[in-house]
Design a protein around this ligand. Sequence first.
Ligand code: FUL
Length: 447
Amino acid sequence: MRHSFLMGCVVVLAAFMANAQPKPTPRQLAWQPLETTAFLHFTVNTFTDKEWGDGTESPAIFNPTKLDARQWIKALKEAGFKMAIITAKHHDGFCLWPSKMTEHSVKNSPWKNGKGDVVKEVSDACREFGLKFGVYLSPWDRHEPRYGTAAYNDYYKSQLRELLTNYGPVSEVWFDGAKGENAKDMTYDFAGYWALVRELQPNAVMFSDAGPDVRWVGNEAGNAGETCWSTINTEGLAPGVADSKYLNRGDAAGKQWVPAETDVSIRPGWFYHASEDTKVRSGKNLVNLYYQSVGRNSLLLLNVPPNREGLFSEPDLASLKEFRSILDETFKTNLVAKQPKLTDKKLATFTTLSANQPLVIELGKEAEFDRISIQENIANGQRIASGRVEYWNGSDWQPLQTFTTVGYKRLLRFPAVKSTKLRLFINNANGSVELAEVGVYKASSRE
Ligand code: FUL
């Protein structure tokens, strides 16, 4: 009697603790499985060969005579990208749309005789090809005279309003943290900016070093932490004010769900430079970035900068194509014998596992493999802290790989082995594990 009462208390307490753990909002849950998303860095810098413009650029230099946003978005679609985020305004303050708030925009450029709108062309192309659409609106502005005064917050909000009301659904708003010398006197009203986004585009996720929905991964090298929690404590963090190591790993005890987004460029710079045409990452290199981001519970935001003509360049197009072709080949056949819960590609159907309870994964027949994919049902939070995989060598279980966090997806890479079955153990977890998917694969020889 007493025993069962105590057990009851334990069960209730465990359920309470699991409920108290941070969980994604519907907008975060819709964002995470996008996996591969694209950044489009394009502005006056493309024409001045700079990375950061100083705000004195003349709109007259902006003239991408062959601009074709459909070419960009079609290439991204074919390479499996699910969203594109355009630099509507970078630090130089030049606007790629004809903002009513400033003369410093496409409307005073020779491109389309000042009648063009890059933001519209990109959002239309995204709609046509079925990609989600996002905007980057740099808070740091080196052109606008109001910058540094409270009036700039109104200017910035009016621009946000234009972008969030005139271009259809916006799925992500990117708040960059970079600041230079003239940023010292500026107090940004982030609370006000964020409230406006919620009001105008309630389904959009907002990115910054501090969230509120998705966070910076802490570097621009395409490297999420080997351990990467979707939870952090946002207290004391602000865009441009964060510990990059903390953001890279996340925090097992974090109170907010703010998953990591891995932004990295296909070229050394963020903007197009002809001198970097020979330095474009190969398809194979991009696949490695996929393992280091998506395969570590993050999301890849790959920058592909259009050139001065307003087109993706040949080397970039070739790498994007090769990237998807390799991934498709590697992940084509899941060697795990079909199981209703673990191989149905649905996170919502899962197997519950507790620490050190072995889960045998049958392949049905002997197969050679060198990649494993593990996923948790993140709708209920992130629980796995560490685990291990063993394989059956015909007479014994042999150690194969250890891992730390899993979350949305963990990809393991190891030298190929042949076996008929594997065994998965969770070593440590923040509560009962909801194991959603397991995949076993033989990688493409092009990896
Ligand atoms: C940084 C900016 O300073 C870079 O120019 C680039 O836009 C990158 C994505 O974010 O903070």
